[in-house]
Design a protein around this ligand. Structure first.
Ligand SMILES: [Zn+2]
Length: 145
């Protein structure tokens, strides 16, 4: 519990620089020695710096994984919608339709070449792209066995 003197010190700091909260997120308040001092000390600064570096690094991983899951989901949706009527693989769709559902060819988990065919792998499905005689981009969808 704070006594009267401590409260007075917070309300009327002796230093002309106001007490501020450390920028690292530790929750501690401190009396800065300089106007531009944002952290209690170098330890708190380093902690914040490393945390942010990790966050930026993970941000990229998180976004990539999100896109991979979305891609997988879009493939699954079209595969399931057509496999019943088509009876056999692969399921064929216009690529533009998948693209409109935010499917992206930038992210995939693996790649396999079989002759002139290139297959791109996702979690449960894989696909290849080609142009039909009308020059439309077609996606062939397969399910992992
Ligand atoms: Zn801190």
């Amino acid at each position: 519990m704070k006594n009267r003197n401590e409260i007075a010190a917070v309300e009327f700091p002796v230093s002309p620089i106001r007490i501020r909260q450390c920028k690292c997120g530790c929750g501690y308040e401190f009396q800065p020695n300089r106007k531009d001092q944002l952290y209690i000390d170098k330890r708190h600064y380093d902690f914040d710096y490393n945390q942010n570096k990790r966050k930026v690094k993970n941000k990229h991983i998180i976004e990539t994984e999100k896109q991979l899951r979305l891609n997988n989901r879009v493939l699954e949706k079209h595969y399931k919608a057509k496999i019943e009527s088509q009876k056999k693989e692969p399921v064929k769709c216009y690529f533009d339709i998948l693209k409109a559902e935010a499917f992206s060819t930038k992210n995939y988990m693996g790649i396999s070449e079989e002759g002139s065919k290139i297959f791109y792998f996702l979690y449960d499905y894989y696909y290849r792209l080609f142009r039909n005689t009308n020059n439309q981009l077609i996606i062939e969808i397969y399910k992992h066995k």
